[in-house]
Design a protein. Structure first.
Length: 253
């Protein structure tokens, strides 16, 4: 049995929390298939209460609990499918958690300040990352910011004619595999523009020319046809955090 709880801790739980614990223990073989909302519905509680109860029992959250339970089932040669899915979900959870833990709050606030004080916001990105740049651009434009995506190398080479000292250059990159990104950032920095780097690999050339550096944690998703593809989730987490802050009254948070 994976889900166990010390008697002293159990006695300190509320009646609802004890009911949740009892439900999980009695249905441990089914937990790999249930979402936190499913458990809340079946225990007449809320997802927040279920999450809090699981954490009080020594687990980081539902993702870790489901992964460990499904792993035990796999080890017993019962059912591989839920183990595989829960392992992937746990990987996503760990990637998200490490990204959030790595982000210094002052850096996020400074990036937001650079956006608020820019006449134009140039978002530089290449390859798959350009799709996330356009996602970021769309939300900025909805809020009235003058955001422009630069994803073509030829346009990057024209940075000196595009960017002014009143602008902010925001680079999105997973591994910094495109040399034109660093070259463009260097030019922008020389011009006097504000520069922000959001990358998933530390100690790259991008950092030399950045006023603000935001580093996420990215894992490999696949290796196909000679290509190694890394997760873009960290970039999404960071840009979504910025968007949510800009679109919400900070005093109401």
């Amino acid at each position: 049995m994976i889900f166990q709880i010390d008697k002293t801790i159990y006695e300190q739980l509320s009646e609802t929390e004890r009911y949740i614990v009892d439900f999980i223990i009695q249905n441990e073989n089914k937990i790999s298939y249930l979402s936190i909302t499913n458990i809340a519905d079946k225990t007449f509680s809320s997802p927040a209460t279920v999450s809090r109860t699981i954490q009080k029992c020594g687990f980081k959250g539902i993702a870790e609990l489901r992964y460990l339970i499904s792993k035990e089932d796999k080890d017993k040669s019962k059912n591989v499918s839920p183990y595989a899915i829960n392992k992937l979900l746990d990987k996503v959870y760990q990637e998200s958690t490490q990204t959030i833990e790595n982000i210094p709050i002052p850096a996020i606030l400074k990036a937001i300040d650079h956006i608020n004080n820019a006449e134009k916001i140039f978002i530089y990105a290449r390859g798959f990352t350009a799709m996330f740049a356009e996602h970021f651009q769309m939300y900025l434009q909805l809020m009235g910011y003058h955001a422009i995506v630069v994803k073509d190398v030829k346009w990057m080479e024209q940075t000196k004619n595009l960017v002014t000292s009143a602008d902010t250059v925001f680079v999105l990159s997973v591994r910094n595999s495109t040399p034109e990104l660093a070259q463009s950032l260097r030019v922008a920095r020389h011009i006097g523009a504000r520069t922000v780097v959001c990358c998933c690999k530390a100690m790259t050339e991008l950092e030399r020319y950045a006023d603000v550096v935001l580093i996420g944690h990215s894992d490999v998703i696949m290796e196909e046809k000679g290509l190694t593809v890394y997760s873009h989730l960290p970039l999404l987490i960071i840009t979504e955090t910025i968007i949510n802050y800009l679109s919400t009254d900070a005093e109401s948070l």
